[in-house]
Design a binder for this molecule. Sequence first.
Ligand SMILES: [Zn+2]
Length: 244
Amino acid sequence: MKKNKRRSRAGRESKKTGRAGPAKKTWRAGPAKMAAKSSNPHRLVRVAQTVLPTKYGQFRLWAYQEKGKCGAGGEPEGPTHLALIVGDVRNAKRVPVRLHSECVTGDALGSLRCDCGPQLEKAMRMLQAHGVGILIHMDQEGRGIGLANKMKAYALQDRGLDTVEANLRLGFVEDKRDYSSAARILNDLGVKSVLLITNNPRKIDGVRKCGVDVEGRLPLLAMPTPNNATYLKAKKEKMGHLLE
Ligand SMILES: [Zn+2]
């Protein structure tokens, strides 16, 4: 990874405060080492550090919240992202990392319209099996268009459009996800380089553009079902996913 000559404020704070870090740390958008190319104006605040025992094993859980620009009425609460951490990742290279975008229907409701639920479960199991790794659960539902719009897209898909066509019909780009917050979280965790757990080459490009050193890819294949066959086909043929 390229090193900036000038250390970022976040970087200086990490060095000064050591591993445990302050309970709350704030970045201004700008020259953070792994987020040097972020154009987002928001700040990201680490709001909590705790643990999460799960049926897959125990994770350390660090929570981050995006904050809008300071206004007279205070700071509106932005999306909350979670980092689930296994093992010692600080200063580590080739850390397995899964970036999972929230999918209420798939993750919580057991939807078979997509493969998010099984992918989340598989990634959590993978990280526990590796003994080291990070899952970043990103608060960007429906590839960033939000839950209400995702439901509208589903309604269009009921009428025969695929996942990409539906997003375009609603006036969105096919993938509105933004990885700059994930890059800043990896920076805060002190990760030097990652092995990205993904089937999506565009995600690798997107993450690299945010300044993350992606050294390789680990595939994550979930079982196709009759319900998600069209969705997976669109992912493969229109979005370039590597599903074999
Ligand atoms: Zn989903």
